[in-house]
Design a protein around this ligand. Structure first.
Ligand code: SR1
Ligand code: MG
Length: 385
């Protein structure tokens, strides 16, 4: 907590003084590097080393002051990093300092890393990334599932991660807006027919509402809450998980669904450009994530009651449903995926239509019973009857 307990918005001129105590030498360079939807992000250096300062604004950066938000997400992110790091050491950035009054985190600078999404878009080598991310998901799920902690510890943790304002943003953007013609939706004019069709699709609307109820009420595990390829920074197969401000106790299949949705989006972007060889690379990422998640879960499983295979089957079935909604909203909703937005017109329209069709089949088709089933539907290789 700052001594004077006041909040002020940092900028490139003032963030140096704020970060100074956390650098070896005096801060000599600072720049705003954030391209995220929510917060300010600065890199501050002393010529030899650097840190990241991430500050929550009292509104949603993407929308501006017309969409006010509290700054509670900074505390949630700080606590989620610390909690997840205890369960999955080495894969979260180091939290150097948290200033509650300033709603600011001082974090290890992952300056040698790039986002997994950007590497996938560029068609780069991404080997060695998916496995550790799958093990991270298993560790935080198994570490916070009912029975993993004493009842008192778990209740205390749940109190720190109640259903947050950002959960309401997810509710709106993922489960509601695409199916109700919200003014926040954004889509290519070329697929206006598709977007309009979603608002008349009663089966999809109903399924989305049911999944929203589960998202709201099933406080099963402490999730990342926004786990996608842009939330994973990589450096020669060494992934680090960032942006935990959406963390909350929710359904165990949500993170896996979100991550697999974004890998399917990457796959569809390459497929629409005829890059089949790179689609095989993305196939390996998706299978590598799920296999590592399942194997690590089996390794960590140590409880009575329903067995680990039942647990994995339930996570997979949920992941398929959540993945479908995540895919659809990244085409017609407020926040898109650069994998597809960056394509030229013809492959972009093709990919957008395929992503929405695949998403719909995941939401409305039979429950996914095996990973291959989920992935073949997400990539449109199989369309369930
Ligand atoms: C306007 S906030 C939009 C999205 O950005 C975050 O990364 C979440 O995915 C959220 O839904
Ligand atoms: Mg995010």
């Amino acid at each position: 907590m700052r001594a004077d307990g006041t909040y002020r918005v940092l900028d490139a001129d003032t963030v140096g003084a704020f970060a100074d105590p956390f650098l070896a030498g005096p801060a000599s360079a600072a720049s705003e590097i954030g391209d995220g939807n929510l917060n300010l992000v600065f890199r501050v250096g002393d010529g030899r080393s650097s840190v990241i300062v991430k500050q929550a604004l009292p509104y949603l950066r993407f929308a501006g002051e017309s969409w006010p938000l509290t700054r509670h997400r900074a505390r949630i992110e700080a606590e989620a990093i610390s909690t997840h790091a205890r369960m999955a050491p080495g894969i979260l950035p180091e939290l150097i300092h948290f200033d509650e009054a300033m709603s600011a985190l001082v974090l290890e600078d992952l300056c040698a890393h790039q986002s997994w999404r950007e590497a996938l878009i560029a068609g780069d080598d991404v080997s060695g990334v998916a496995g550790p991310v799958g093990r991270y998901s298993a560790r935080v799920l198994l570490g916070t599932l009912d029975g993993a902690l004493s009842a008192g510890e778990r209740a205390a943790l749940q109190e720190r991660f109640v259903y947050s304002e950002l959960c309401l943003v997810t509710e709106d953007l993922v489960f509601t807006a695409p199916y109700h013609g919200s003014v926040t939706n954004r889509f290519d004019p070329a697929i206006a027919d598709l977007a309009a069709g979603l608002t008349r699709d009663d089966a999809l609307k109903e399924a989305a509402a049911e999944l929203r109820a589960g998202f709201r009420t099933r406080a099963e595990v402490l999730l990342h809450g926004d786990l996608h390829s842009g939330s994973v920074m990589i450096d020669h197969g060494n992934p680090r998980i960032i942006d935990l401000e959406f963390a909350y106790f929710g359904p165990a299949g949500f993170d896996a669904g979100s991550l697999l949705a974004h890998l399917a989006i990457a796959w569809q972007a390459h497929a629409a450009q005829g890059r089949d060889a790179y689609c095989r690379v993305v196939d390996d990422c998706a299978a590598g994530y799920w296999t590592a998640f399942a194997d690590e879960s089996r390794w960590l499983w140590d409880r009575t009651g329903p067995g680990v295979e039942d647990f994995l089957a339930r996570v997979l079935a949920d992941a398929g449903r959540f993945a479908g909604l995540e895919m659809i909203r990244r085409i017609v909703g407020l926040a898109h995926a650069r994998d597809i937005d960056s394509l030229p017109d013809t492959p972009r329209e093709l990919a957008q239509r395929r992503v929405v069709a695949a998403g719909r089949s995941l939401v409305l088709g039979p429950e996914c019973g095996a990973f291959a089933d989920l992935w073949s539907r997400a990539t449109g290789k199989v369309v369930p009857a």
